[in-house]
Each structure stands twice: as C-alpha cells, then as structure tokens.
Design a protein around this ligand. Structure first.
Ligand code: NDP
Length: 307
C-alpha cells in the first residue's frame, strides 16, 4: 500500500500553504483537494486583503497561484475526497473516494468551514453580485452604500460594526427580538447610529437585476407582514459549519464542531495530526490566517517526523 510522510486534506489557503512548506522540507506531501478545489475563496470575486497583491486578485486566481506554487516544489496534488480516516494508530489509514487506501505518517487537516446560507434561490443567484458571507472580504465594495447583515450572533454584529465604518447605513436583520451576540457586541451595535436593527424579521427574497442586488424582501417573524429595504449588499452571517464530520469521535472538537488545537500551535490531541485554517478557527477565518496556520502545520509535521 502507498505510504506518504505527509497527507494534506483540503485545498484552501491552509492546505496549499502547508503543501508549499512540506514539499520544500522534502516531505513529498500528497494533497487531496476535496469537494471544492480551492476552497471558499473560489466563490468570492475580488480579494484585496491578501498581502502581496497590490492590485487585488480574484479568489480563483489566488487559489490557482497557490496550487501552482505548491506543485512547483513537487507537491502531489490530487483530485479526490477523503472519505474515511482511522486515527487510532500510526501510520494512519486513509480511504479516498471510498475505494483507494493509503497510509500517512502525519496528517494535516485543512478541510475548512462552510458558511451557512439561508437556502434561497435568489441568494445563490446573486452570490458575488451583492450577496456575501464575509464583510471583511467584500465590505470595501459597498463604501457609502446601504447594506444589510442577516443574523444576530457575534459574527453578524461584528460584520455590522465593520460595515458601519464603510457604508452609509447598515440594517441588521434579526429573526428574534434579541441578539445572540455577547453583551459587548450588542452594545456596540445598539450604540452605533449607522446601524438600524430590524427586529423579528426574516428574509423572503433577495431582489436584484443584471447589475446585482437592489433590495431585500423581509417578513415579520410573527405577523408575516412583508417589508422591503433598498440595499445593494446583503451579508449573510448566520454561522459557519466546520467540515469535521470525518473526525468526529477521533479528534477533540469544540462544542461548535471546530477542531481543538493546542494554543499557539496546530497540534490536535492525536500526535501526528495537525489542523490548519478555518477548520480550527472560530475567530478570524481569513485567507491569510489560514495560510499562516498551514505554514505552522507543515513545520510542526516536519519536526514531529524528525523526533
Ligand atoms: P451563531 O450560531 O452564534 O449565530 C448565528 C445567528 O444567526 C443567530 O443569531 C441565529 O439566530 C441566526 N440565524 C441562524 N439561522 C438563521 C436563519 N435561517 N435566518 C435568520 N437568522 C438565522 O454564529 P456566529 O457565526 O455568529 O458565531 C459562531 C461562534 O463563533 C460563536 O460561538 C461566536 O461567539 C463565535 N464568534 C466569536 C467572535 C469573537 O469572539 N470575536 C466573533 C465571531 C464569532 P438565533 O439567535 O435566533 O438562533
């Protein structure tokens, strides 16, 4: 059976950066790209906050560059979905596409997290054309415009505060009559004159035309009465789901499902298994932080193999 020194699961910025570092350290890493090659950034348009691109870059181009950079140093990048892992003994037995098996001396988990969506047809249609799940990534494009954020947790309130610095007006659309966010974040939102909380409302439809989003149609959670807001940006912030189904009962997870790592490192509770990127990140979820932890994971895997 094939054995690899370093298996990387996932192909976002964390996975590809781990592949760059692991190949340069002669670990001959094998990387399986997973369901969405390139990860979440492939569904965004312009990325203007990834250092090194003074004129910005599109998400797909950035991921293509990272892939090529990893391949240049010999990373073996494969299409395929890791369908099972056995972390009970080393080397770890890994099954790909439910048929092919290989052994891995170390594993870097970089399977990412997926933003939760409302599930509306119009939401899908306008993704990248006014609908976003990341204010830090896309807020800049809505300077001096009216936008809305959907959700009432820490992410939604943080995104609303961030957008209030850039936009003309921010509606925060909350389905209940209270926020789930921490008290500090609630206060920040409620004290901000640019943010208007629209209590007890949910989304019926996102409205738009060829130019992108032009508004949002809401309905009252109790009375179902409809209400339209004119906005050009809709930020959906109703939580993320880390892609950790494969590792349930094998790796220690946070209650929210993210992989637990030893603070300041990418080490999981299983020696030889490291986690990088959004799959272990409750707080930042940025391309650059994912890349940073991908680098850490590769260095830690190399040290682990040396020991
Ligand atoms: P949460 O699960 O905490 O909040 C999700 C929010 O979205 C809730 O207000 C929920 O409403 C709402 N929601 C869910 N589904 C729908 C829907 N279909 N329509 C409308 N609204 C909906 O997710 P977050 O991403 O905000 O936070 C995840 C974790 O990360 C939390 O533990 C949070 O504390 C943490 N975090 C911490 C930060 C920090 O410390 N700086 C920053 C960001 C996140 P309802 O309340 O009614 O269920």
């Amino acid at each position: 059976m094939e054995t690899t020194k370093c298996l990387i699961i996932g192909s976002g910025p964390a996975g590809y950066t781990a592949a760059i570092y692991a190949s340069r350290a002669d670990l001959s890493p094998v990387l399986y790209q997973g369901i969405q090659p390139g990860g979440q950034l492939t569904i965004t348009t312009d990325v203007e906050n990834f250092p090194g691109y003074p004129n910005g870059v599109t998400g797909p181009e950035l991921m293509e560059d990272l892939r090529k950079q990893a391949e240049r140093f010999g990373a073996d990048i494969r299409t395929g979905i890791v369908s099972a892992v056995d972390l009970s003994k080393r080397p770890f037995l890994v099954t790909v596409d439910e048929k092919h098996q290989l052994l891995a001396e170390t594993i870097i988990v970089s399977t990412g997290a997926s933003a939760n969506w409302l599930g509306l047809e119009s939401e899908k249609k306008f993704q990248g054309m006014g609908v976003s799940a990341c204010a830090t990534c896309d807020g800049f494009f809505y300077r001096n415009q009216d936008v809305c954020v959907i959700g009432g947790g820490d992410t939604a309130t943080e995104e609303a505060s961030y957008l209030a610095n850039l936009c003309n007006k921010v509606y925060l659309i909350v389905r209940r009559d209270e926020l789930r966010a921490s008290k500090a974040m609630q206060k920040r939102v409620l004290d901000n004159p640019k943010i208007e909380v629209v209590w007890k409302h949910q989304t019926k439809e996102i409205l738009g035309d060829d130019s992108g989003v032009t508004g949002i149609l809401l309905y009252h959670s109790d009375t179902k009465e409809e209400k339209k807001l004119d906005v050009t940006g809709v930020f959906v912030a109703i939580g993320h789901t880390p892609n950790t189904d494969l590792f349930k009962n094998q790796l220690e997870l946070h209650p929210e499902g993210y992989i637990k790592t030893v603070p300041g490192s990418t080490k999981t509770n299983v020696p030889g298994v490291f986690a990088a990127g959004d799959v272990q990140d409750l707080h930042y979820r940025q391309g650059i932080t994912a890349a940073g932890t991908g680098c850490m994971a590769a260095i830690e895997a190399e040290r682990f193999l040396q020991e």
